[in-house]
Design a protein around this ligand. Structure first.
Ligand SMILES: O=C(O)COP(=O)(O)O
Ligand SMILES: [Mg+2]
Length: 224
């Protein structure tokens, strides 16, 4: 049995539109207007809420103002939770790939740096919660990716073994997390970084989910 662990934002779903809208809501609440661009700032969105708030503050000349980031963060979470699935879409072929792994007897689970409650809500709203055996979020454990503990927990919670597991992700955080646990990582090139993720030296790259099965078969041969 193999365990296929998916990252969520930027890997299974393009959540950038709703993330950026929620960050802009927080800036508007601050009285400084929308500071982030839904297209140009997608990459930052996939690095999470705090990363977006830091970028906006930097544009106000307040780089490094972590107190303000902490103050804005609850507003961001509230706004995001209220409108989590307005613009968000699943990447082409993602759920078909998940279904193929499940049908083949592989365990399929999620390890995300989104807070667990928000990740649960998003999966339910997208109607795909039942397709995953388990979910580990940023706050499920005291540490988050790239610490290897949440990835290990994601694998072990579904009865999998680290020796026969792979992480599918989109950022350096995923790359480092997999390396820290000693498992292979596949990075997707359909996110905002495009082919630039190849510089992170993942074990494999995919430009579409149709390519994932063959890549995973190569990294973890079936039936061993
Ligand atoms: O919210 C984040 O920090 C990123 O979430 P992810 O780990 O699902 O990409
Ligand atoms: Mg991601």
């Amino acid at each position: 049995m193999r365990t296929i662990v998916f990252d969520l934002d930027g890997t299974l779903a393009d959540t950038s539109g709703d993330l950026i809208a929620a960050a802009n809501f927080s800036f508007e609440h601050m009285g400084v207007g929308a500071l982030l661009d839904p297209e140009a700032d997608q990459l930052t969105a996939f690095h999470g809420g705090r990363a977006m708030l830091r970028l906006g503050l930097e544009r106000l000349g307040r780089a490094g103002d972590e107190d303000e980031v902490d103050r804005l963060f609850p507003h961001f979470l509230q706004a995001y939770g209220d409108r989590i699935d307005v613009f968000t879409t699943l990447y082409d072929g993602a759920m078909e790939a998940v279904a193929r792994f499940r049908a083949a007897g592989d365990r399929v689970t999620i390890c995300t740096n989104k807070p667990e409650g928000l990740a649960e809500t998003l999966l339910q709203r997208l109607g795909i919660r039942g397709e995953f055996d388990h979910l580990i979020g940023a706050d499920t454990l005291p540490v988050r990716k790239p610490d290897p503990a949440p990835l290990r927990a994601a694998i072990e919670n579904v009865g999998g073994s680290v020796e026969r597991a792979v992480l599918i992700g989109d950022t350096n955080t995923d790359r480092e997390c997999a390396a820290n646990l000693g498992i292979p990582v596949v990075l997707v090139t359909f996110g905002p970084s495009g082919d630039a993720v190849s510089a992170l030296n993942p074990d494999a790259l995919i430009g579409h989910y149709d390519e994932l099965d063959a890549v995973v078969d190569r990294l973890i041969p079936r039936g061993q």
